[in-house]
Ligand binder design. Structure first.
Ligand SMILES: Nc1ncnc2c1ncn2[C@@H]1O[C@H](COP(=O)(O)OP(=O)(O)OP(=O)(O)O)[C@@H](O)[C@H]1O
Ligand SMILES: [Mg+2]
Length: 664
C-alpha cells in the first residue's frame, strides 16, 4: 500500500485545509520527512491517519475518552463545531495484479449536542457504496487495526513493548492476526459454545413424565371402551330377548282369537248384510211361487190338453169338409169318365181319393171331451211357450243366489261364534302392549350404549394419537441427544486438531520472528554482545533475551534507550514477518536515544523500514547531520509550522530545520 496524500481539515491543531503529499518520489527513496516542533501537530498527524482508516476501531484514543467525545475534542478550536472537521486519505493498493486508487473521507460535526460522523470510500474516482458499507471488513483484511501499531507508532511511547507483558502481548496479537490464528481461536470459542449447547440437549424428565401420562390416558380409554362394549352387548341381548317375548305375546293373542276380536265389527256388519240379502231372495221366491210356479208341476198335462184341443179342432174341420169332398170326387170321376180316361188311371185316382176321404173321416171320429173355446186355447199356448220357460229361468237364478248367500252366512255365523269374549282377550292385548313397550325401552338402551361406545372409541383414538405424537417427539429428541453426543465427540477431536495445528503453525513462525528480532537488534544495538539469542515462548509469547552473560536477560536490566531500541526492533521484525506492505509511520522516531543509537536508527533502520517511511521529527531529532545521512533516501520533506498568532499549524514544503550549508 502507498499513502499518496493526507488532508486534515480543522483537525486538532490544523486550521483550515492542510494537505500532506506523501507519495515517495522514485525507488530507493522511501523516506518522507515531516518536521514539527513540540505541539506542532506530529502526533495529531498520526492520529488523523489512524482515525481515517479505522474510525472507532482505532487503538487507544487520546485522553482515554469515548469515541464521540474524542471526535468532538479534535475539531479545531477556532472552527465552528457545527462545521466540524474532516480527514481525507488518498492511497493506492495493488490487488490481483491491478492497482486501484482509493480515497477515503471521514467527516464529523456537532449537531444538536450529538456528534454526527460520515464516512465514504471512492475507488478510482467513483463512490463505492458497497465498500463504504463494508469498510470494517475490508480494512480488517487490508490492515487489521490490532496490528496497525506495528506500522503507525509513536517512538516515545513504544517502550511499553519492551517489557515481558507488553512484548508478549504485541507478539501474540501480531502472530494470531498475521497467521489468521484469530480465526482458529474464534473457531475454538464457537466450538465451546456449540459443545455447551449440545450438552444441554437430552431427553428431559418432564418429557418422560409427559409420555407416561399420555400412555396412562390411552390405557384408561381402552379400559373404558371394553366396559362400554360389554354393556352394549348385554343391552343387545336384552333387546333380542324382548323381540322374542313380543313375538310370543303376539302369537298368543292370535291363537286366542285376537284377530277375530279385532275384526269383530266387520264380521257383525257382514252378518247383518247377509241376513238382509237372504230375506230379499226369500221374498222373491215366495212371489215367484204365487205366479206360474205351480203350473210347472203339471207341465205334461198341459201339453196333453193342448194336444187334445188340437185334435178336437181337426175333427171339426174334417167333418166340415167330408161331404164337400165326396161331391167333388164324384164330379172329378164323372169328368174323367166323360173324358174317356183310361180305366187304370180311373181306378188308381178313384182309389186314392177314397183312401184320402177315409183318412179324413177317421179324424172326424176323434173322441171329444174338452170343447175348449178358442181364447182359452191361445192362453194355454202362451203359458206353455213363454210363461213357463221364463219362470224356469227366474227360479234358477234365485236358487243360485240363495245357495251362495246361505254358504256365506254359514261362514260368518261360524266366525262370529268363534269371536272370544272381551274379558278373555283383554289380558292378551295388555301383554302385547307391555312387551312392545319393553322392546322400545330395550331398543333405546341399545342406542344409548351404542353412542357411549362410539364416544369411548373416539376418546381412545385421540389418546392413542397423543401417545404416538409424544412418542415420536421423544424418539426425535433421543435421536437429537445421540446426535449431540456424536457431535460433542467430533467437536472435541476438532478442537484437539485445531490446538495441534495452532501450536505447529505458531512454533514455525515464532522461530522466524526470533531470527528477525535478533537480526534487527544486532543492527540497532551498539553493544553487539548484549543480546545474542532471542527465544519466544510459543504459548505465552513471552520473549526471552539472552546474552551479555545473562541466560535470561531481565527487561529491567535494559536502559530506557535500549528498551526503546528493543521495541523498535520488535516492531520492525513483526512488520517484516507480517508480509504486509503497509507504510511505516514513526512519530518522534529518535526520542531519548543517545547520538550513537540515533546514528544506528538513521543508518540501519529508517532507510530499510519499508517501501514508504514517514518520519515525524522535531528539530532536535533529525538534525543537519542525520539529515545528511538520510538525504539519499529522502523522497521529499515538509515542515509543520505553528503560528502562535493564529494558534494553529500550517504545512510547508521543505525541511525547515536544517540549512543547506549545514547539510553540506
Ligand atoms: N481542538 C484543538 N484545537 C486547537 N488546538 C488543539 C486542539 N486539540 C489539541 N490542540 C493542540 O495541538 C497540540 C498537540 O499537538 P500534537 O500532540 O500533535 O503535537 P506534537 O507535534 O506531537 O508535539 P510533541 O513533539 O510534544 O509530541 C497542542 O498544542 C494542543 O493544544
Ligand atoms: Mg507528539
Amino acid at each position: 500500500m502507498i499513502l499518496d496524500q493526507l488532508t486534515l481539515h480543522d483537525f486538532g491543531v490544523y486550521r483550515g485545509e492542510q494537505t500532506f503529499r506523501l507519495t515517495p518520489q522514485g525507488p530507493g527513496k522511501p523516506i518522507i520527512l515531516i518536521g514539527a516542533r513540540n505541539g506542532g501537530g506530529k502526533t495529531t498527524f498520526l492520529e488523523g491517519l489512524q482515525l481515517a482508516f479505522f474510525g472507532r476501531l482505532s487503538q487507544g484514543f487520546r485522553g482515554g475518552v469515548a469515541y464521540d467525545e474524542y471526535l468532538r475534542r479534535t475539531i479545531n478550536r477556532a472552527a465552528s463545531p457545527k462545521d466540524g472537521a474532516a480527514i481525507e486519505v488518498k492511497f493506492r493498493r495493488v490487488l490481483d495484479g491491478r492497482e486501484q486508487a482509493f480515497r477515503i473521507r471521514r467527516t464529523w460535526s456537532v449537531q444538536n449536542a450529538g456528534v454526527r460522523e460520515s464516512f465514504e470510500v471512492f475507488v478510482d474516482g467513483a463512490h463505492d457504496r458497497v465498500l463504504t458499507a463494508q469498510w470494517a471488513e475490508y480494512v480488517e483484511e487490508m490492515l487489521p487495526p490490532r496490528i496497525a501499531p506495528l506500522f503507525f507508532f509513536d517512538g516515545e511511547k513504544i517502550e511499553q513493548f519492551a517489557d515481558l507483558g507488553g512484548s508478549g502481548e504485541i507478539v501474540g496479537t501480531a502472530v494470531s492476526a498475521l497467521l489468521g490464528l484469530d480465526i482458529v481461536e474464534r473457531l475454538q470459542t464457537d466450538l465451546d459454545v456449540f459443545e455447551r449447547r449440545k450438552a444441554a440437549t437430552h431427553a428431559s424428565i418432564s418429557e418422560q413424565q409427559a409420555l407416561k401420562a399420555v400412555a396412562d390416558a390411552a390405557e384408561a380409554a381402552q379400559a373404558r371402551l371394553d366396559i362400554e362394549q360389554t354393556a352394549l352387548a348385554s343391552a343387545k341381548r336384552h333387546r333380542d330377548r324382548q323381540i322374542l317375548l313380543l313375538e310370543r305375546a303376539r302369537t298368543n293373542f292370535k291363537t286366542q282369537g285376537g284377530d277375530l276380536f279385532q275384526a269383530r265389527q266387520e264380521i257383525l256388519a257382514e252378518d247383518v248384510e247377509l241376513t238382509g240379502a237372504l230375506g230379499a231372495v226369500n221374498r222373491s221366491l215366495r212371489a215367484w211361487a204365487g205366479e206360474l210356479a205351480p203350473l210347472m208341476l203339471v207341465e205334461d198335462l198341459l201339453g196333453e190338453v193342448a194336444a187334445q184341443a188340437e185334435r178336437e179342432s181337426q175333427a171339426d174341420t174334417a167333418k166340415a169338409v167330408l161331404d164337400h169332398l165326396a161331391k167333388r170326387d164324384r164330379q172329378v170321376m164323372q169328368k174323367l169318365k166323360a173324358a174317356r180316361a183310361n180305366g187304370v188311371m180311373l181306378h188308381e185316382i178313384g182309389a186314392y181319393l177314397d183312401d184320402d176321404r177315409k183318412k179324413i173321416a177317421a179324424q172326424a171320429t176323434t173322441h171329444r171331451y174338452l170343447d175348449m173355446p178358442r181364447p182359452a186355447r191361445a192362453q194355454l199356448e202362451t203359458v206353455i211357450d213363454q210363461g213357463l220357460p221364463a219362470a224356469h229361468e227366474v227360479c234358477q237364478a234365485l236358487i243360485v243366489d240363495l245357495d251362495s248367500l246361505t254358504a256365506r252366512k254359514d261362514d260368518v255365523d261360524r266366525r262370529a261364534a268363534a269371536i272370544p269374549a272381551p274379558e278373555t282377550i283383554a289380558p292378551l292385548v295388555a301383554a302385547v302392549e307391555a312387551e312392545t313397550n319393553a322392546l322400545q325401552q330395550a331398543e333405546a338402551q341399545v342406542e344409548l350404549a351404542q353412542k357411549t361406545v362410539e364416544d369411548a372409541k373416539r376418546i381412545l383414538a385421540a389418546a392413542r394419537a397423543a401417545y404416538k405424537d409424544t412418542m415420536e417427539r421423544q424418539v426425535q429428541s433421543t435421536l437429537q441427544a445421540e446426535d449431540a453426543q456424536r457431535m460433542l465427540e467430533h467437536s472435541a477431536r476438532v478442537r484437539e486438531t485445531l490446538a495441534r495445528f495452532k501450536a505447529e503453525v505458531i512454533g514455525h513462525h515464532v522461530h522466524r520472528i526470533e531470527a528477525l528480532v535478533l537480526e534487527a537488534l544486532s543492527r540497532l544495538l551498539r553493544k553487539e554482545d548484549l543480546v545474542t539469542a532471542v527465544t519466544i515462548d510459543p504459548v505465552t509469547f513471552a520473549i526471552r533475551l539472552s546474552g551479555g552473560g545473562w541466560d535470561a536477560l531481565p527487561f529491567e536490566q535494559l536502559s530506557a534507550g535500549e528498551r526503546q531500541l528493543f521495541a523498535i526492533a520488535l516492531l520492525w521484525a513483526l512488520a517484516q514477518a507480517s508480509g504486509q506492505t503497509a507504510p511505516t509511520v514513526i512519530d518522534t522516531p529518535l526520542g531519548r536515544l543517545d547520538s550513537g543509537h540515533r546514528q544506528r536508527l538513521v543508518d540501519g533502520y529508517f532507510p530499510h523500514a519499508g517501501h514508504q517511511v514517514i518520519l515525524l521529527s522535531t528539530d532536535e531529532e533529525i538534525d543537519a547531520r542525520h539529515y545528511a545521512r538520510l538525504e539519499p533516501f529522502i523522497s521529499h520533506s515538509m515542515t509543520v509550522e505553528f503560528d502562535p498568532a493564529q494558534r494553529s499549524s500550517r504545512v510547508r514544503e521543505g525541511y525547515d530545520f536544517v540549512r543547506a550549508e549545514e547539510v553540506a
